[in-house]
Design a protein around this ligand. Structure first.
Ligand code: SF4
Length: 226
C-alpha cells in the first residue's frame, strides 16, 4: 500500500497535556512553566507518515514484511497475531529543537523536554486512532528500533526503507548514527495484538520518566533482558 502522510495532527489541549505529564501539577503554578507549556504547544508541528505492509514470512527471530527482514525475537513473537505491520515515522518538528536549545536554564530545559515528549506521545496516540479506525483494529501496539535490546537501533534503516524516502516530506532526517532529526521524532512499526502491549513491559530502564507500563518479568526471562 502507498505511503500516507498525516499532516493535520492536532496539538493536544493545554489541560490534556498538563494531566499527562508526570508531576507537572507540583510546578504548574510556576508562571515560567506555564509559559513553557504554551510555547511548546504553539511551536510544535506534528506530522507523520505510515503505510501498511503485509507480513510475508515469520521466523523465530524475525519477520519478513514488504520484502524487508526485521530481526528481533520479541517482534516476531509479539506480532504473532498480525497479518500486516504499519511502519511509520512521526515528528513534532524542528522548531521544537531550536526552542529547547534556546533555553539557558537546565531546569527549564528539563521541563521543556518533558513537554515536548508528551506532545510527541499525544501525536502518536492520534496516529494510532487513525490506523485503528481505518483498519478496524482493537489493540494497536508499537515497537521502535533501539528502544529495547531485542530490536537494535541499526534496524532503523529498514523502517525508513519501507517508507521509501518520503520521510523528507515531513522534515525528518536519518543520520549515519541511526538517530533522527528533529530530536523529537519517533519511528517504528505498529501492529495489531490480541491484548494491550506496551514496549515498556519488556524494557529494563530504571527510573524512566515516560514509562507507560510496569516491567513484566515474563519478558525479561524469555528474552534475557537484564
Ligand atoms: S520504559 Fe522508557 S525507555 Fe523503556 S520503552 Fe518505556 S518509555 Fe522507552
Amino acid at each position: 500500500m502507498r505511503v500516507i502522510r498525516v499532516s493535520d495532527i492536532p496539538r493536544p489541549k493545554y489541560r490534556e497535556l498538563c494531566q499527562a505529564i508526570p508531576h507537572l501539577s507540583d510546578v504548574e503554578s510556576n508562571p515560567k512553566i506555564r509559559m513553557l507549556i504554551e510555547e511548546g504547544l504553539r511551536i510544535s508541528e506534528p506530522a507523520a507518515l505510515y503505510r501498511e505492509v503485509p507480513i510475508d514470512e515469520r521466523g523465530e527471530d524475525s519477520i519478513l514484511a514488504g520484502g524487508v527482514k526485521l530481526v528481533s525475537p520479541l517482534l516476531s513473537d509479539i506480532t504473532g497475531h498480525a497479518r500486516a505491520v504499519f511502519p511509520f515515522v512521526l515528528t513534532i518538528g524542528s522548531a521544537m529543537d531550536a526552542w529547547m536549545d534556546s533555553l539557558q536554564d537546565l531546569y527549564h530545559r528539563y521541563w521543556a523536554d518533558l513537554i515536548a515528549t508528551e506532545i510527541l506521545h499525544c501525536s502518536i496516540l492520534y496516529l494510532d486512532g487513525i490506523i485503528r479506525e481505518n483498519r478496524e483494529i482493537k489493540h494497536l501496539a508499537m515497537m521502535n528500533p533501539g528502544s529495547l535490546e531485542s530490536w537494535p537501533l541499526e534496524e532503523q534503516n529498514k523502517i525508513f526503507s519501507l517508507l521509501g524516502g518520503n520521510w523528507r516530506d515531513i522534515g525528518v532526517e536519518l543520520l549515519p548514527t541511526f538517530f533522527m532529526k528533529p530530536l523529537k521524532t519517533v519511528s517504528g512499526i505498529k501492529f495489531s495484538t490480541e491484548s494491550v502491549f506496551e514496549a515498556c513491559q519488556a524494557c529494563s530502564r530504571e527510573g524512566c520518566p515516560t514509562r507507560r507500563a510496569p516491567r513484566d518479568p515474563r519478558f525479561a526471562s524469555k528474552y534475557q533482558i537484564l
